[in-house]
Design a protein around this ligand. Sequence first.
Ligand code: DI6
Ligand code: FE
Length: 401
Amino acid sequence: MKTLWQHCHVATMAHGKYSIIEDAALVTAGSLIEWIGPRSQVPTADYAQVYDLQGAWVTPGLIDCHTHTVFGGNRSGEFEQRLEGVSYAEIAAKGGGIASTVRATRAASEDELFASAHKRLRSLLRDGVTTVEIKSGYGLDLASERKLLRVIRRLGDALPVSVRATCLAAHALPPEYKDRADDYIDHICTEMLPALAAEGLVDAVDAFCEYLAFSPEQVERVFKVAQQLGLPVKLHAEQLSSLHGSSLAARYHALSADHLEFMTEEDAIAMAASGTVAVLLPGAFYFLRETQLPPMDALRKHGVKIAIASDLNPGTSPALSVRLMLNMACTLFRMTPEEALAGATQHAATALGMGDTHGSLEVGKVADFVAWQIDRPADLAYWLGGELDKRVVRHGVDVTV
Ligand code: DI6
Ligand code: FE
């Protein structure tokens, strides 16, 4: 069944550039793009449906390649306390911070977690997201991580969005392993990852490499098991300090290394060589009022692909809009609107191992796209959130929410 979509302009984002086609048309056949080009050259065929996009700008569906969408409770109370002068350390000493989210997540039922995450995910979808990665990591024991990963799978079944599930069991040290980080890593390697992978709940493995989380040696043990299980890896690295986690990630051909404010030029060279995508998270940078910028010049100079994501999580980036992240990538990191849009389309797809099928509008790729009623592509990075008029198409089907 073929569908014609016309009266539009297209920013295909092929090769991470706008690659604009003005007065364009697309032909979809089932879930794939069969033809794309100037409207004057549309192939004649018996189209089952013809859509008039009324001058819209069509881009690939947005891809949020780093989120922690599923968690219990939220931390707006801690946000308020911090603004009243209570320090993060004091809040943590009273059991706040990640530990409070772990408690709330463990206490919540699968259905409760599904319901709260469903609302957050719908916000992302209303913003033009058609693919999202969601991490576990607030369960930190086998049963609770399984619960999170099952919710992540259910979200993908319930909403018109492609969902990739990442196991982030190595996110923080659970209270029952206090002062026994190596034992917890053992548990992840021998029990949790093998079981969760065998249940088909895991598409990739992530860890938090940081002085207040896990060391590069501990992360490497997790990566080795992931490799044995045939799962790709990703890494939270260089967010608060430089441990060269991004170079470690590159050695393991990680799909991405994420955050990266404190990475060095050597790290960038290693990532470029391994094709590891740099996922920048301006929401966390903003919310933590960080001052150390990621090394944009080194990333560009060495040709590292740069993605942008929301990092949606209750502690450091309660962000419900990818377009707002595009704006922050431009204002805070001085990216161009074109670089930012590539970061939430083609390069985000690569960061999920989906670069061959998603992230740009090209013949043979999956027909996930958004037709935005905007004046030019830069508008996507210009407006500070809000809702833009649009039509969202996933797998060749109009799924506008
Ligand atoms: N990076 C972060 O900033 C957090 N996790 C991570 O890997 C914080 C998560 C939280 O505070 O809940
Ligand atoms: Fe994160």
